[in-house]
Write a protein that binds this ligand. Structure first.
Ligand code: CO
Length: 148
């Protein structure tokens, strides 16, 4: 398993509009992307960039916050918000160079991979690993986007 950079931290929210205002006005975010629907996964998504470290050496360079709001009919994020009405940290996402090799690795370790690799919010293949097998953290594994 070749661990790549921390691509993003997923945060569930009952309102992306309210969360955008929070990240802009309270946290000082200056680069907030346009929200879009990821209909396949029943969510609306909005990425907020954290600044690139000017040294270029930081391991956190350009890590994003992924705001996630359930679309009508979504079950899993809606259930999460029932337990966490104000929203909360939902998952972390690490990049890997080869999504299929990573899936085989986690399965070989006895970790429960949730479904087949599918196209995620960045347009590359992703899968999730069950939080109970991942130290309590729902973990998204994502193939590194081209150009990174
Ligand atoms: Co994600």
């Amino acid at each position: 398993m070749k661990l790549g950079r921390l691509n993003h931290i997923g945060i569930a929210t009952p309102s992306i509009a309210d969360s955008i205002a929070f990240y802009r006005d309270v946290m000082g975010a200056t680069k907030i992307h346009a929200p879009f629907d990821l209909s396949d996964q029943g969510v609306k998504v909005c990425f907020v960039d954290t600044p690139t470290d000017s040294s270029g050496l930081g391991g956190m360079n350009g890590t994003q916050i992924e705001l996630i709001e359930p679309l009508p009919g979504n079950a899993s994020i809606a259930a999460f918000l029932e337990k966490n009405p104000a929203g909360g940290q939902h998952h972390v996402c690490y990049e890997v160079p080869d999504i299929h090799a990573a899936k085989a690795w986690f399965e070989g370790q006895g970790k429960r991979v949730l479904g087949a690799p599918r196209i995620g919010a960045h347009g590359t293949l992703i899968f999730f690993v069950h939080p109970r097998d991942m130290q309590g953290v729902l973990t998204e594994i994502m193939e590194t986007p081209q150009g990174h």
